[in-house]
Design a binder for this molecule. Structure first.
Ligand SMILES: Nc1ncnc2c1ncn2[C@@H]1O[C@H](COP(=O)(O)OP(=O)(O)O)[C@@H](O)[C@H]1O
Ligand SMILES: [Mg+2]
Length: 257
């Protein structure tokens, strides 16, 4: 997609390869993410989706290939480095501390310190957490509740809220709707669309449901065995077309084995 002017891109990856010993998890992946865009990534287990996200969030470093953030070539050294550049991730396992309150979780690893005393300012965190959740339309009975008392959808919403409240420019979501019923998934989809509507946020979501992907994403990208095998504007493809591509791949692999 070299036709997209670089200043409109939040992120670009060129020919990214990632090997784990003998395993090639990513075999030359190129992608673009426009500012304000939602990109949905689909693909089977083992396709390399999580590995790609982990490189974009600085958790893994690519074996080769280039990454550009806001037009600047960048080698992400760590999750903190990516975060400093406005890249935030919600991982598949959410990484919430389940026994801690909602508001503590919102500030996990980035607690507000009341200077000059080095202890947490609980009151400020509670107020701020409630404010942030209210702003993005996430409703919980109280920010004092431990996260373990929330539903899967509410926990996902807290994880998303935590990622965006620190001024994320690029939000990466690894299967945010996994294991969710239609109603809960609907709440998260609405939340993501509200965040998008606020402007300035670019989002990459790993998805597994084709219909949900086409509903929420501006563009879809299909990964198979460490490569991008298809990408299209969501409006110009269909569930049937995506299924057909995956079905053909599946048949080809069965015949080959
Ligand atoms: N830390 C790791 N060490 C070794 N192999 C890994 C590691 N992470 C992922 N892989 C391998 O890389 C491939 C892609 O995995 P992954 O990115 O998790 O796929 P997906 O998220 O699409 O299911 C798989 O073969 C997986 O076993
Ligand atoms: Mg994965």
């Amino acid at each position: 997609m070299s036709d997209v002017p670089v200043e409109t891109l939040a992120l670009r990856g060129d020919d990214i390869v990632k090997r784990f010993g003998a395993v090639t998890a990513l075999d030359g992946v190129s992608l673009t993410l426009r500012k304000g865009e939602i990109l949905g990534i689909l693909g089977d287990n083992g396709a390399g989706k999580s590995t790609l996200i982990k490189i974009l969030t600085g958790f893994h470093q690519q074996t080769s290939g280039k990454l550009f953030i806001d037009g600047v070539e960048t080698m992400l050294r760590s999750v903190d480095h990516a975060r400093a550049l406005g890249v935030e991730c919600v991982y598949q396992d959410l990484a919430l501390a389940n026994s801690l309150s909602i508001y503590h979780n919102m500030f996990l690893n980035r607690e507000i310190i009341r200077r000059p005393f080095p202890f947490l300012n609980n009151r400020a965190m509670r107020t701020r957490a409630a404010q942030v959740l209210d702003e993005i339309g996430v409703h919980v009975p109280s920010v004092d509740l431990p996260v373990e008392q929330l539903s899967g959808g509410q926990r996902q919403a807290i994880a998303v809220a935590r990622a965006v409240h620190s001024n994320a420019k690029i939000l990466l979501l690894d299967e945010p709707l996994a294991a969710m019923g239609a109603r809960e998934a609907g709440l998260i989809i609405d939340l993501i669309l509200r965040l998008k509507a606020k402007g300035d946020l670019s989002i990459i979501m790993i998805m597994h449901n084709y219909a949900q992907t086409l509903d929420i994403a501006d563009r879809v990208m299909l990964m198979q065995r460490g490569r991008v095998t298809y990408q299209r504007e969501a409006a110009s493809t269909s569930v049937a077309e995506l299924m057909d591509i995956v079905r053909r791949e599946y048949r080809a692999m069965r015949t080959a084995s």
